[in-house]
Write a protein that binds this ligand. Structure first.
Ligand code: ATP
Length: 444
């Protein structure tokens, strides 16, 4: 119980830091907000973009056999008929007749009792489709109904043929996409964890059926390596959950789960989807999406291995893992130490990687030249206001791994002091070596 309270307090602290320092805040807040929608502020959008770029680099740019795609959010409505979303993408929901609260049945600790007021007077569970509806064209009727995509991967299947022909890729190869998805979640909750508008980073890998399990294991290992080596997840922070119940077409499925303050939650799904997706889109569109292997004259329907991760959940996981309070020396009167809030973010995705802090306003001009130079290679910031201690605290709070103090000696010895966020140790580094010093530390 005590633990639980501490975890909830931690979540409150993270939400409040995100708002205060411009990471994430409620969308349309001056109108009272809109449940399940979040805006990313200046530091949040920097960090989000850094995660996105890192994923794209690892999954697309460094691989000759993975191509990129940027498709539309609204597709032909039959895409969602073929994918099964219009008929099956639903959750069971129930309403409390007494207090009018609404719940997703599979998330209720006791499905016979209202989680808000304890009443047992609940409506019969009924299905609720999560697809968000809109209209295309000037007439708002059934014929003009369209849907915001509920996952970013369906257009990958739909465009499979065009991408393959354009790139002359042969099996096995993948197609990746980063983009928005929309779900009319019954109960948006846990900050950005369950939102109604969110971003997915997905990769569909197409191969021969006989190689399916081999590639499933390959991608599972690749993704685990990425979390360990790039996002610096430790083994007590994430785990692999193997699905016991599989979709009828699937051969294997695992989730990568993360320990959030509110409990373990899915971050990424890695699924062996068989030939289901391309077969369905072939049937519904009338286009033959089979792959013609010109080497042996065989036509086959490719098998698909999918890796699917939420960008918002990745960022939330990183923030939850990074948040810490420790003590640091202070110049405050009557105190030697004070609590410091620090985000131990991996340097690769920190919103600011290097902050240049001139010791005196008189040094601003020279420090600015250094800042401009660093900013071409690292996400950098310059801060001239307040005591050096205050400036360190400000940078600690947003997770800046390296603070660079430009002092009165710097002009003469062409060197600066680099302070490490985590160890709080300082090192004198020659400016001519600074770029390679930081690249090495950041892991670029
Ligand atoms: P959950 O069981 O949590 O609802 P899911 O199994 O429906 O998730 P997928 O359809 O496999 O999720 O989507 C892939 C990824 O997209 C998830 O692992 C998650 O990171 C992200 N995601 C899914 N739904 C949401 C949401 N409502 N808000 C934020 N991210 C989401």
């Amino acid at each position: 119980m005590e633990e639980n309270k501490k975890d909830l307090e931690l979540m409150d602290k993270i939400v409040s830091l995100c708002k205060r320092r411009g990471f994430v805040f409620p969308s349309s807040e001056i109108y009272g907000g809109i449940n399940g929608f979040w805006d990313y502020g200046p530091y949040g959008s920097r960090m989000k973009r850094a995660i996105e770029n890192l994923w794209w680099h690892e999954m697309v740019e460094t691989r000759d056999n993975v191509e990129g795609l940027d498709s539309t959010i609204i597709c032909h409505p039959r895409v969602w008929k073929a994918s099964g979303h219009l008929d099956q993408f639903s959750d069971m929901m129930t309403d409390c007749r007494k207090c009018k609260s609404r719940f997703r049945v599979d998330q209720m600790p006791d499905p016979t009792k209202c989680g808000n007021c304890g009443s047992t007077d609940l409506t019969e569970p009924r299905e609720f489709n999560l697809m968000m509806k809109t209209f295309v064209g000037p007439v708002f009727d059934e014929e003009h109904t369209a849907w915001l995509r509920a996952e970013s991967c369906q257009p990958i299947f739909v465009d499979f043929h065009s991408v393959r022909v354009a790139t002359r890729q042969k099996l096995p190869f993948g197609i990746a996409q980063i983009g928005k998805a929309f779900r009319n979640e019954i109960n948006p909750r846990n900050f950005t964890f369950r939102s109604r508008e969110f971003t997915q980073m997905e990769m569909e890998f197409f191969c021969e059926d006989a190689q399916g399990m081999e590639f499933f294991e390959y991608w599972k290992a690749q993704r685990i390596k990425y979390y360990r080596e790039k996002l610096l997840f430790s083994d007590d922070f994430f785990r692999i959950y193997e699905h016991e119940k599989l979709a009828h077409y699937a051969k294997a499925a695992v989730d990568i789960e993360v320990k959030f303050p509110f409990g373990w939650g899915e971050l990424e799904g890695i699924h062996h989807r068989g030939t289901w997706d391309l077969t369905r889109h072939s049937e519904f569109s009338g286009e033959d999406l089979q792959y013609m292997d010109h080497d042996n004259g065989r036509k086959i329907m490719p098998t698909v291995i999918e890796t699917s991760v939420g960008l918002d959940r990745t960022m939330l996981a990183l923030l939850c893992r990074a948040y810490d309070e420790d003590t640091a020396a202070t110049a405050k009167e009557g105190m030697e130490e004070d609590v410091r809030i620090v985000l131990h973010l991996p340097p690769l995705v920190a919103p600011v990687q290097a902050a240049v802090l001139p010791l005196s306003k008189k040094l601003t001009e020279n420090a600015e030249n250094l800042y401009k130079d660093l900013n071409r290679h690292f996400r950098s910031e310059m801060d001239v206001t307040g005591s050096i201690g205050k400036r360190y605290r400000r940078q600690d709070e947003i997770g800046t791994p390296f603070c660079i103090t430009f002092d009165f000696e710097s002009g003469a010895d062409n060197a600066v002091t680099v302070r490490d966020r985590d160890s709080m140790t300082q090192q004198r580094v020659n400016i001519s070596q600074l770029r390679s010093y930081l690249e090495d530390k950041i892991g670029i």
